[in-house]
Write a protein of this length. Structure first.
Lengths: 183, 197
């Protein structure tokens, strides 16, 4: 009888300490995960973050698999300007992002065909929209294909390259200077 | 007399020492409170902001573009709705949902409309420059319930799903208008052709 009681007591105390220890640790872990996840969300949503770009559409400014630093303050304060490189949600696929240069803001006149054509056609960017083009004009699907995109799709502005180290620093201006028309 | 002077100074020293320790204890209390406050602040603010951005928030509806579903009383009493971000985290909406989105014409403003058509559907428009419009991939067609008084897809065309902000699920205020908002298409806006068939 006494050994049974003893084993019962031993089992109960083991359960209590184990459970309390394990449960307490689990709750603490979950709490810290939620806290750091929320801080990460706030940092990326309102300040900025590190992004890896893929694709050839922004060569030579940004090559495939470059790591860049994007800031999201300009978007919230509506400070995006012509010539900025922005990350935006793709208009045809909201789950993927595109990385292009802003060529025109609302009200700007945009040349919509290549400058070698004889008849120059142009259009105006509607209110609340921006015109995006990649720096690699021959290999870029951008506003020349799907039209101007609403400003609300812009997520952030890229202004600094981190990797590769040979290209560390602020990003260059557009190699296609003639695309800007300041009418 | 020297002894009493020494005694007095000793007492004064002791009194001064007690004052100092008393002050140090109260300063320690202030520092501890400040540390606890900072810890609480850095936990509570990001969690609250993330909750309001990603899970749900509340908003007041203004305007008459969704009458009679929302704001039937006009400017006298504005409805307050519960906006559910979590439901649209994968950009999944159904026809008939009432959604809030960033206005394509003014990024500082959010508009609240009903989803009429999804990508691939053909819509018969009311007041758009084309009579029939096929909704492109990744876009939706939204309209307000109060036709003619609504700035919606009939003015600016199909909107990209990336502008979707939240799904309005319930009316929270005024209390006599507590209800769950149903996802029904108005009968006169049935589709010409929908891809899902």
């Amino acid at each position: 009888m006494s050994t049974l009681q003893l084993t019962c007591q031993w089992w109960q105390s083991l359960h209590r300490t184990m459970l309390r220890g394990v449960l307490g640790k689990t709750f603490r872990l979950v709490g810290y995960t939620i806290q750091y996840g929320c801080i990460a969300h706030c940092a990326f949503e309102y300040v900025g973050g590190v992004v890896m770009c893929s694709g050839p559409s922004m060569e030579p400014t940004i090559q495939n698999s470059d790591v860049v630093f994007a800031e999201n303050l300009s978007r919230h304060f509506y400070g995006i300007q012509r010539g900025d490189i922005v990350i935006a949600k793709s208009p045809s696929d909201p789950k993927s992002n595109i990385c292009k240069r802003v060529i025109g803001l609302e009200g700007d006149k945009i040349l919509t065909n290549s400058p070698s054509d004889f008849f120059k056609s142009h259009s105006y960017v509607p209110t609340g929209h921006v015109w995006l083009e990649g720096d690699n004009l021959q290999n870029s699907t951008d506003s020349r294909y799907y039209g101007p995109i609403p400003y609300g799709l812009i997520r952030g502005r890229i202004f600094f390259k981190i990797w590769p180290l040979s290209d560390f620093g602020f990003l260059r201006d557009s190699p296609n200077g003639h695309r800007f028309s300041d009418d | 007399m020297v002894a009493s002077a020494l005694y007095l100074t000793n007492g004064a020293h002791q009194y001064g020492y007690e004052c100092l320790t008393g002050m140090a204890q109260s300063k320690g209390w202030v520092r501890r409170y400040f540390k606890a406050f900072c810890k609480g602040f850095f936990v509570a603010v990001p969690v609250a902001v993330t909750f309001l951005d990603r899970v749900a928030c509340v908003a007041r509806v203004e305007g008459a573009s969704m009458q009679p579903s929302l704001n039937p009383g006009g400017s006298q009493s504005s409805d307050v709705v519960l906006l559910n971000h979590w439901k649209v985290r994968n950009f999944e909406v159904q026809r008939g949902d009432i959604v809030s989105l960033v206005s394509p014409k003014n990024p500082e403003q959010k508009i609240i409309k009903r989803v009429i058509a999804l990508e691939g559907d053909i819509v018969k428009t009311m007041g758009h420059k084309n009579r029939y419009v096929k909704v492109p991939r990744g876009h939706i067609w939204v309209e307000g319930d109060h036709h003619g008084h609504s700035f919606d897809s009939n003015s600016f065309g199909p909107v990209s799903l990336g502008l979707l902000h939240a799904h309005a699920t319930h009316i929270l205020w005024p209390p006599e208008r507590w209800q769950k908002l149903e996802s029904v298409l108005p009968p006169e806006r049935l589709l010409v052709q929908s891809e899902a068939e």
